[in-house]
Design a protein around this ligand. Structure first.
Ligand SMILES: O=C(CO)[C@H](O)[C@H](O)COP(=O)(O)O
Length: 264
């Protein structure tokens, strides 16, 4: 079912479909999800100007933005950029591509942050962190004057938590099972699971900050998001959750029929 886009500023219907990120030789080839991610990422990088401090997001969509920033730097079209990575994974990519980096200690104000999301609702609230980097992402993106979210259209939802996928919560490892139980009891119809890592024989997934992630699944939805946020953060042992409420300033949505810019 199509998700309504009430804050749509404008839509470039099919405008991006012949731009370089797309398979250019054959317009008849349907765009893959990866193509759409790349298109959204390239559109977001158009907001980046020389001299800016840029928050570099994490995930398969954000990595296209990081690669595009590096490309423009190498072409001399961007200069004096400083990137603030939101994960070790992004730091590694940016170092490999030669993007100059810093952190919030030295650059507390970020001009533009660009990142993907797992869910985007009609008010531009987000669920992030299914890649496990929600804490650093929230720290960097909360410091940004402009936070541009890049998604393909599959990420649009009517209500956060309604997709059946997890709301990730970063918790300290100490007695994490007990923290998970407390989180589960906060909401009717909620299931909590400590995220495990298949590559580590089902051991808990460990974040860049040496913490664990508890995944929350909501049978009946999250309800009031601000209230849910407060309740989750009130549980001892919780560090941060993956709801990014009121933080996104623009969401760039790439779909099969064009790119849509959603603005606050
Ligand atoms: O929040 C994130 C990582 O912590 C990612 O931005 C989010 O999971 C989206 O990832 P992808 O672009 O790979 O779908």
């Amino acid at each position: 079912m199509a998700i309504p886009l009430p804050r749509c500023l404008y839509t470039e219907k099919g405008a991006s479909m012949s731009s370089p990120p797309c398979p250019s030789s054959s317009p008849a080839i349907p765009l893959s999800q990866e193509d759409l991610k790349k298109i959204a990422a390239h559109k977001a990088v158009d907001y980046v100007k020389s001299g800016m401090v840029i928050g570099l997001g994490t995930g398969s969509t954000a990595q296209h933005a990081v690669a595009r920033i590096a490309e423009l730097l190498n072409q001399g079209e961007l200069t004096n950029i400083i990137g603030i990575p939101t994960s070790k994974q992004t730091l590694d990519q940016a170092v490999a591509l030669g993007i100059p980096l810093s952190d919030l200690d030295d650059h507390p104000t970020v001009d533009v942050a660009i990142d993907g999301a797992d869910e985007v609702d009609t008010e531009l609230n987000l669920i992030k962190g299914r890649g496990g980097s929600l804490l650093r992402e929230k720290m960097v993106e909360a410091s940004a004057k402009k936070f541009i979210v890049i998604v393909d259209e599959s990420k649009l939802v009517r209500g956060l938590g309604s997709s059946g996928h997890a709301l990730p919560v970063e918790v300290v490892p100490f007695c994490a099972k007990n923290t998970a139980r407390k989180l589960e009891r906060l909401f009717d119809g909620c299931k909590a699971e400590i995220r495990v890592c298949r590559q580590r024989n089902g051991e808990p997934f460990v974040t860049d900050n040496a913490n664990y992630i508890v995944n929350l699944f909501f049978e009946k939805g999250i309800g009031n998001l601000e209230a849910a946020s407060e309740r989750i953060l009130g549980v001892e042992g919780v560090i941060e959750h993956g709801m990014f409420l009121g933080m996104a300033t623009t969401v760039v949505v790439a779909g099969k029929s064009g790119v849509t810019f959603l603005d606050k």
